[in-house]
Design a protein around this ligand. Structure first.
Ligand code: FE
Length: 346
């Protein structure tokens, strides 16, 4: 049933995307010039629960939201190709790597908002106001409690130790989550030491997988003992099955803390309605923070907003978080890709 449910969710998402494209096409005239001042248009690489948040925003403000789902590289290409005629007021995506690459490619214009700056800690947003982290995800160590004691687990670096040989599952290198984790290793240790760690993972015959869900399933089925995933994938498993036989530990608690990433958004460079874009992002950072974040079992980016009960109860909120600026490791994305290539990490 789990697989069926997932397939259905994907179908619904695909349908929503089709409808969103239709809405964009009909809502905007030739050249993309918009005369309806009460619609904000969002190109989003984030798929998790955004419909509910946008519907609530419309209910509270009267501002309609048209949105287009897509894969990030395609959305960025589209925004670039559309240039000044783009329909995007806001580009939303997951991972500081995607946000930083978008900023480098000139996707965004700076937004000056005291409300956002007050709501979102400085390390979770771009220093120039090009993008803002709106939810927070920990990428941490997960394990099979039948095979591993949590005392045996400590750091990402320790997973390079030969005692983990043949016991690890990790995410593939084209994935931006992997790239950002490796970028954080570069930021903390320098390129050469980060390379040594990643070579250690490779040397442990780590099983490289295409999704975080596959990693959790492999661990639950005993195919590997330990992996690294974003916390919310495990929360999703617990939401379906509280007895799901995988647990997490927060990585690197004795030193810098667990790697924290964001999903976020910025006002598009050629937005027709930058003001509405700013209003939407402000709302997501404040009044809409709970609905936006809880839709994907994430931690709030706004420290004034409590986390949802599921993750509070299963994972807690009192753990050491790596406060490395998202813009810093996001900006090291290309270096991380090069490093993994050099290390032979697939
Ligand atoms: Fe994800």
């Amino acid at each position: 049933m789990t697989t069926l449910a997932r397939a259905w969710t994907r179908k619904r998402a695909a349908l929503a995307a089709t409808l969103a494209v239709a809405a964009l096409a009909s809502g905007c005239g030739i050249g993309g010039a918009s005369d309806d001042g009460d619609t904000v248009r969002v190109y989003t690489g984030r798929h998790y629960g955004v419909e509910h948040a946008f519907a609530q925003f419309t209910e509270e403000t009267g501002i309609e939201v048209d949105f287009l789902f897509g894969n990030d590289a395609e959305l960025r290409e589209r925004i670039e190709a559309e240039g000044e005629d783009t329909q995007a007021d806001v580009y939303m995506t997951v991972d500081a790597g995607n946000l930083a690459v978008g900023a480098e490619q000139g996707m965004f214009q700076p937004t000056d908002s005291e409300a956002i700056d007050a709501a979102i800690p400085a390390n979770l947003r771009d220093p120039e106001g090009l993008w803002f982290g709106l939810s927070v995800r920990a990428r941490t160590i997960v394990y099979n409690p039948a095979e591993v004691s949590p005392d045996e687990l400590s750091t990402y670096e320790d997973l390079a130790d030969p005692r983990w040989k043949g016991r690890l599952c990790m995410r593939n290198s084209p994935n931006v989550y992997t790239q950002s984790l490796v970028a954080s290793l570069i930021a903390h240790h320098g390129y050469d030491e980060a390379l040594r760690v990643v070579k250690g993972w490779v040397g442990n015959d780590t099983d490289i997988m295409a999704t975080d869900v596959l990693i959790l399933e492999a661990i639950s089925q005993g195919a590997c003992d330990v992996g690294i995933t974003n916390h919310y994938y495990l929360a999703r498993e617990y939401a379906e099955d509280p007895e799901f036989p995988v647990e997490l530990v927060w990585a690197n608690q004795a030193d810098r803390g667990v790697h924290m990433n964001v999903s976020g958004a910025g006002v598009a460079r050629h937005a027709d309605n930058p003001e509405l874009g700013r209003q939407l992002i402000e709302w997501l950072a404040t009044d809409g923070q709970g609905i936006f974040v809880d839709g994907n079992h994430e931690y709030p980016a706004n420290p004034e907003v409590p986390a949802e009960p599921l993750i509070t109860e299963r994972f807690g909120t009192d753990f050491r978080r790596d406060d490395l600026a998202a813009a810093t490791f996001g900006g090291l994305n290309a270096d991380a890709i090069r490093l993994m290539d050099e290390a032979g990490y697939a």
